[in-house]
Design a protein around this ligand. Structure first.
Ligand code: FES
Length: 155
C-alpha cells in the first residue's frame, strides 16, 4: 500500500485545486499501474474528498478502466460479425488452448490477457486478432502463437 499510496498522492497532487480531474487521475493511475488498484482508489478518495462509492461509480462508467491487473500483452480476438462468420470462434479457441486462458482472463504471471472485442474496423481482413497495437489476419491456427510471439512486448 505504501508505494502505491505515495505515488498516487504525487499524481493527485498534480491536480490539486482543479475541478473535474477524476477521470484524468484514473488515466494517470492506470498508466502507472496498468489498472486501478483498490488501494489507489482509496487514496484518491481521501486526497480529493470524494466518496469511494462515487469513485467506483465514475470509474466503472468507462469501459477503458480496469479493476484487476492486466497482462503485459493484450490479445484481442475480434468476434464482430465479419470475423465471426470467418472463423473467430476457432481463432479464440486456438488462443485459449495455446495460452491456457479463457476470454477475459489474465495469466498468473501477468504476461497475457485474452479478451474478445467487437469490430476493430478491419473487416476486410477478417478474421483478425489484435496483439497490443498490431492487427493481423489470422487464418491458420498453427500460426496464432508465432504471431503472438512476434507481436508481444518484451521485458
Ligand atoms: S468484425 Fe472483426 S474487424 Fe470488423
Amino acid at each position: 500500500m505504501n508505494n502505491i499510496a505515495e505515488r498516487v498522492r504525487e499524481i493527485v497532487g498534480g491536480y490539486k485545486n482543479q475541478d473535474g480531474v477524476l477521470v484524468q487521475v484514473f488515466e494517470d493511475i492506470q498508466d502507472e499501474f496498468g489498472y486501478l488498484p483498490e488501494d489507489a482508489l482509496r487514496v484518491i478518495s481521501t486526497e480529493l474528498g470524494v466518496s469511494l462509492a462515487e469513485i467506483y461509480g465514475v470509474a466503472s462508467f468507462y469501459a477503458r478502466f480496469y479493476f484487476t491487473p492486466r497482462g503485459k500483452n493484450i490479445v484481442r480476438v475480434c468476434t464482430g460479425t465479419a470475423c465471426y462468420v470467418r472463423g473467430a470462434a476457432r481463432i479464440l479457441t486456438g488462443f485459449e488452448d495455446g495460452l491456457g486462458l479463457k476470454d477475459g482472463e489474465t495469466s498468473p504471471d501477468l504476461k497475457y490477457t485474452l479478451e474478445t472485442v467487437s469490430c476493430v474496423g478491419c473487416c476486410a481482413l477478417a478474421p483478425v486478432v489484435v496483439v497490443n497495437d498490431k492487427t493481423q489476419r489470422v487464418l491458420d491456427s498453427s500460426k496464432l502463437l508465432s504471431f503472438l510471439k512476434r507481436s508481444e512486448n518484451v521485458g
